[in-house]
Design a protein around this ligand. Structure first.
Ligand SMILES: [Zn+2]
Length: 320
């Protein structure tokens, strides 16, 4: 095993490797940064390294500890994550803490994934622990929404920041997972530097919305208005808007340069040649309308209504 299995996060890995080599392991770390960039994988890897029994080059992958870790039953390793859409309440945290304290000997490491789901009460319990941390215990809090954590919790953790991944890294990871090179390149362009997002976008149920967003931009029709009623969920509406904005961006770039290499939706080059007469001012208005729809979503307007507002705005502009 090599410390550095997560690509594109060299700065974070360097910091952790240094702590490991100097033996100055903090009581608590906060792994923060966008979703889908390798925070949890790194946390698990760091946990394995802390627990490894080898004198150096940890994790060795061969010692008893590494073997137990790999099999998923290391007695001194704990992992806590909320159920989908749920929160991490005080009872779960107390249970975790009592297990950590009960453990026999040696280092104990606990990963709390999606730490933003910790309730206020649970965070206060964590805080108490972090104020007087027990020896040989390390907590790894992983979050993509740092602002949801109490500042006092954040300040007691050693923060390790994760950035967005370079497009080439996302593409390479996708190819490694068996995606054909062209699809990998396209998904990487659309991913905004998140491998997790690229994988979500590759799912069939999501791909449909990329086409729908294209249709909406090229030919907005009022009679299709009610078809957006099936978008019930805020995340899906955001995905549609992201796709839409990427199409707007690509059409603008293409109208100005006629350069297919600059397209993020490069797999659909023919579409751009078909629609060379989309006016620039229409595209600019389309971008603004999408921003407005996002704002409405933020104010908790029903997702379908946000998209319908976009359709009306586009149809009006196109009909002029
Ligand atoms: Zn080992």
């Amino acid at each position: 095993m090599v410390f550095g299995v997560v690509l594109g996060q060299e700065r974070a890995l360097r910091l952790l490797r240094r702590d490991l080599e100097t033996g100055r392991i903090a009581h608590a770390y906060l792994f923060s940064g966008p979703e889908g960039v390798g925070k949890r994988t790194t946390a698990e890897f760091f946990a394995c390294s802390i627990l490894c029994l080898a004198p150096r080059e940890r994790p060795c992958g061969e010692c008893r500890s590494c073997r137990l870790f790999r099999m998923g039953n290391h007695p001194n390793y704990y992992f806590l994550a909320p159920e989908q859409g749920g929160s991490l309440g005080i009872a779960l945290v107390k249970e975790l803490l009592s297990k950590v304290y009960r453990s026999a000997s040696g280092y104990r490491v606990a990963v709390i994934d999606q730490a933003e789901s910790l309730t206020l009460e649970a965070q206060n319990a964590m805080l108490k622990l972090l104020e007087e941390p027990p020896r040989l215990v390390c907590f790894l809090l992983v979050t993509s929404q740092k602002e949801a954590l109490l500042p006092t919790v954040v300040s007691r953790c050693r923060e390790v920041k994760f950035g967005r991944l370079p497009r080439s890294v996302v593409a390479a990871c996708l190819k490694e997972r068996g995606f054909p090179p062209e699809e990998a390149a396209c998904l990487a362009s659309l991913s905004g530097g998140s491998l997790g997002k690229a994988l979500t976008l590759s799912e069939e149920r999501v791909k449909i919305w990329r086409e729908r967003a294209l249709e909406l931009l090229v030919a907005p029709r009022l009679r299709t208005l009610l078809s957006w009623e099936e978008v019930k969920d805020k995340d899906l509406a955001l995905t549609v808007l992201d796709f839409f904005t990427l199409w707007v961006r690509d059409f603008l770039v293409f109208q100005l340069t006629r350069e297919p290499k600059l397209l993020l939706n490069g797999d659909r080059e023919e579409k751009f040649w078909e629609e060379t007469d989309l006016p620039l001012d229409y595209l600019l208005v389309a971008g603004d309308l999408a921003d407005k729809a996002r704002q409405w979503l933020r104010f908790n307007v029903r997702p379908a209504v946000c998209l319908e507002g976009l359709v009306v705005g586009l149809a009006r502009k196109r009909g002029e």
